[in-house]
Design a protein around this ligand. Sequence first.
Ligand SMILES: Nc1ncnc2c1ncn2[C@@H]1O[C@H](COP(=O)(O)OP(=O)(O)OP(=O)(O)O)[C@@H](O)[C@H]1O
Length: 295
Amino acid sequence: MMKTVALEGVTKRYGSVVAVRDLDLALHAGETVALVGHNGAGKTTQIKMMLGLARPTSGSVRLLGFDPSTAASSIRAQVGYLPESVSFHLALTGRETLGFYARLKGLDSRSLDPALAEVGLIGAADRAIGTYSKGMRQRLGLAQALLGHPRVLILDEPTSGLDPALRREFYAIVSARASEGATVLLASHALTELEGRAHRVVILNQGQKIADGTLDDLRSAARLPVSVRIRPVGRFAAIGWRRLADGSFETEVAAGGKLPLLAWLLSDASAIADLTITEPTLDDLYAHFLRREAA
Ligand SMILES: Nc1ncnc2c1ncn2[C@@H]1O[C@H](COP(=O)(O)OP(=O)(O)OP(=O)(O)O)[C@@H](O)[C@H]1O
């Protein structure tokens, strides 16, 4: 996979505050990476360095092989960026606003309709943004980031304030771009919705990377227990199982004990009406890595 963004040994200080500390991170074409961390963990600082809006105090940042703070505008135009809070001029229409961004990127007005159509705003393109709902404004923000088919898409808290249907649409658009080969970086606090949507998860804490891998990688590194729930056909009595209000039973088993437990349960499958296995969620993993760091 081709590397599109690379940070090597990057530290960024603001006076005595170390916002990012000795960070190595590589992003590749076609990959969707979730960047997660508490408020103040260093996500925005990292994004600013990728965009060339801030320079590292030490270390190197490369965007498509160039230093983003000095690269030609044609290189910087290869990045689409949706900031955490987008504000537009309310008296301008969606099309006028997008036209402004297109000119900044050196694109002509033929790029507007495809971007408006991609986010479902063609019908409202000639209305003033002051009449748009929050979801429509967010979609316009996304259209602005998608303009010109950038090779890298950086989206900061992109779905905050969107309803579940709009979130699904949003991720469908972004995932189509990743399938076409774009690198997608999603900075977010909304961990649950990133499951199954990001190929890789990077967890930041106090400016440092404390985990980086697929959800499966993080699960095997964390070795958190798996929860197993069964609904027995008749009577069920076994040590270490909790009886729940609905008559089902639940237990936690260490990651390595899951298959032996299932083999034991299924040795008499007729005694079980239903079985559910719940793997640790991204929320659980995030909490685990932060606890481990604090310890
Ligand atoms: N321009 C600046 N001057 C001084 N300190 C700064 C500046 N920008 C960021 N910081 C500090 O650097 C640290 C990292 O901030 P950053 O905004 O990168 O975190 P974040 O993970 O994006 O947080 P959030 O989720 O709240 O947006 C914080 O302690 C912040 O106060």
